[in-house]
Write a protein that binds this ligand. Structure first.
Ligand code: MRU
Length: 368
């Protein structure tokens, strides 16, 4: 995607230096665009944990490059031991996004157990790049499938603006490029469809306000920021034609873990007859789980993310302020689970399917 007219991915190797991985520091957006160098697996773990990088697809791609850096620096004498330490460290960073463990396992398989360390380091480099490239290709295909859905909706009401509500950031910043929930939006906007996006601010970390609003703005997509609690009201008044969210983990039966608050949007959408779509690449499915509410691990982060907010003050300086009494306790669950029954369709790079065990299995039938 373009930032101030220049094409960027969210992760890349430093030109001329394959030992440095570069990412956009997402904790600084939208007020500053800063690039951070990652040079070792410990740095990669830190970047994932403190959310310098975030979003299911990008967490996976970053973990892939983390495995590459682990291979690059692993001493020949304990190469496999060092790789397995990296696997454990990376998988422990954030628990909910399925793409993290998926990418680490892909890397282990690609690096293999045979051949010289030099050859296996090269395999690691190619595999990490392949994960990022595949992420981009999958998001583009999600965009194409989602575009058909938006086109069909627009054809029913040709003179009206199509209003799409999204929650959190499943945009290009959450992947290597394009995004999952935003890929159909970008494709529809580029195809000339008259659309507008309601952007949930997405407390407590405000990824909607700081990231989704920023990237839609960079692409010229009309959008309006709303408080998290506004969605139901807008739906009751016919101001939302469809909801599209991303996903961090989806079970084989179609239950969807996504940013906290997604479930409430899905309930409001069902009550108001608004279609609720979830966009995801194959790497977000977790076929080991059936019941998402019982089985998906939900990250609980520090209470201060709820107690404090940060933003730009009237002087243009970024600062953090406490929004509750000094003694107030807080809890901070990062994700919730939307049961499959509330999901209209899943939009995957493989196609569009029902959020059911049969619908999902049919998408993967060719793999069996
Ligand atoms: O905590 P984050 O920012 O890593 O959460 C991920 C998200 O932004 C959302 O849950 C998103 O919709 C899915 S990520 C493709």
């Amino acid at each position: 995607m373009k930032v101030n007219g220049i094409s960027h991915r969210t992760i890349w190797l430093k030109p001329g230096d394959d030992s440095v991985v570069q990412v956009i520091d997402q904790t600084k957006l939208p007020h500053a665009f800063e690039v951070v160098n990652l040079t070792c697996v410990a740095g990669v773990c830190r970047a994932i944990r403190d959310m310098t990088v975030r979003g299911a697809g990008l967490i996976g791609a970053t973990a892939g490059f983390g495995m590459y850096l682990a291979a690059l620096h692993a001493p020949d004498s304990r190469f496999d031991e060092a790789l397995h330490e990296a696997v454990t460290a990376l998988k422990a960073t954030r628990p909910t996004a399925a793409n993290l463990a998926w990418a680490v396992d892909q890397m282990l398989a690609a690096i293999g157990v045979d051949g010289s360390q030099a050859k296996r380091r090269l395999l690691a480099l190619h595999a990490a790049q392949a994960i990022a490239d595949e992420d981009v290709a999958h998001c583009q295909r999600i965009g194409k499938h989602g575009l058909t859905i938006i086109k069909n909706l627009a054809a029913l009401q040709p003179t009206r603006t199509i209003n799409i509500l999204t929650h959190c950031n499943a945009g290009w910043l959450a992947f290597a490029d394009y995004g999952s929930a935003t890929a159909p939006i970008y494709a529809a906007h580029d195809a000339g469809i008259n659309l507008h996006v309601w952007v949930d601010e997405t407390r407590p970390r405000n990824q909607g306000a700081s990231l989704t609003a920023w990237e839609l703005g960079q692409h010229g997509v009309p959008h309006t920021l709303i408080a998290d609690n506004a969605g139901g009201h807008l739906m009751q008044h016919g101001l939302v034609d469809m909801v599209i969210t991303g996903a961090d983990r989806v079970t084989r039966c179609g239950d969807v873990a996504n940013k906290i608050g997604t479930y409430l949007k899905a309930l409001a959408a069902r009550d108001n007859g608004v279609p609720f779509y979830v966009a995801l690449p194959s790497s977000t499915f977790d076929f080991t789980l059936g019941d998402g509410v019982a089985g998906i691990p939900i990250e609980e982060r520090g209470a201060d993310e709820v107690r404090w907010v940060s933003g730009k003050n009237a002087q243009g300086l970024v600062e953090s302020v406490q929004i509750c009494p000094d003694a107030t306790n807080a809890r901070n669950w990062g994700f919730d689970v939307t049961p499959a029954r509330l999901v209209t369709k899943l939009i995957c790079e493989r196609g569009v399917c029902d959020a059911t065990e049969t619908g999902i299995a049919a998408l993967f039938a060719q793999d069996r």
